[in-house]
Ligand binder design. Structure first.
Ligand SMILES: O=C(O)c1ccccc1NCC(=O)[C@H](O)[C@H](O)COP(=O)(O)O
Length: 212
């Protein structure tokens, strides 16, 4: 088992999903957000889910979702965990109570004050995903932006966590060296164009992670 686990996010084709699994991804991310170039229809998700072995977790990625979307996506994608963006604690608690799946909470970071927001998720988040804060009006994830990794220095993490935002095959080793992350998450860094995953980049990213 590699020292550092990887999640490849925003997979939408059988070939790229298979490449992530073959390369050793511990989790795959399926995005259910129509504004994203990585958005999956329920039909597509239902076609992809059976390709994923039990040892690989299927994480649904959502932005302030309603219950109907969550319910349909969980069924179609046979999801193992829910990654929530732009959801407050009260709503997240209601989602956890209703759907009984682990919550991965995305915390958008530009400053140390942003990072401190993570403390509010103690006891509810199974995992915190530290991601870069994106510009107003832009997608909240998948933008290839990174934050200042040094902000994580000596931070008392409220839960297990993943490092996300602007990672690539070229910088993931440095990112892990600086932050000590035990899980990394990537989307656009393994793409040839927004929403178009590249099997060679996926393989190179996962090789770089396995070498750590
Ligand atoms: O990837 C998306 O399109 C997306 C859309 C809306 C909310 C979240 C989204 N992605 C979440 C992820 O977990 C990405 O892997 C994460 O933001 C890192 O993306 P990148 O900087 O492109 O590697």
């Amino acid at each position: 088992m590699p020292r550092v686990a990887a999640k490849i996010c925003g997979l939408s084709t059988p070939e790229t999903l298979d490449a992530a699994i073959a390369g050793g991804a511990r989790h795959v991310g399926l995005v259910f957000f129509p504004a994203s170039p990585r958005h999956l229809t329920f039909e597509k998700a239902a076609g992809l889910a059976p390709r994923v072995p039990d040892r690989v977790g299927k994480v649904g990625v959502f932005v302030d979702p309603d219950d109907a979307l969550l319910s349909a996506a969980i069924d179609a994608g046979r999801l193992d965990a829910l990654q929530l963006h732009k959801v407050g604690r009260e709503r997240a608690a209601a989602i956890a109570a209703r759907f009984r799946l682990p919550l991965w909470i995305a915390v958008a970071i530009r400053t140390r004050a942003d990072l401190d927001q993570a403390q509010g998720w103690k006891g509810l988040a199974e995992r915190i995903v530290y991601d870069a804060k994106t510009p107003e009006g832009a997608l909240p994830g998948g933008m290839g932006l990174r934050f200042d990794w040094k902000l994580l220095d000596s931070f008392a993490h409220p839960a297990p966590w993943a490092l996300s935002g602007g990672l690539s095959p070229e910088n993931v080793a440095e990112a892990v060296g600086v932050t000590g992350a035990r899980m990394v998450d990537v989307s656009s860094g393994v793409e040839s164009a927004p929403g178009v995953k590249d099997v060679d980049k996926i393989a190179r990213f996962l090789q770089a992670v396995a070498a750590l």
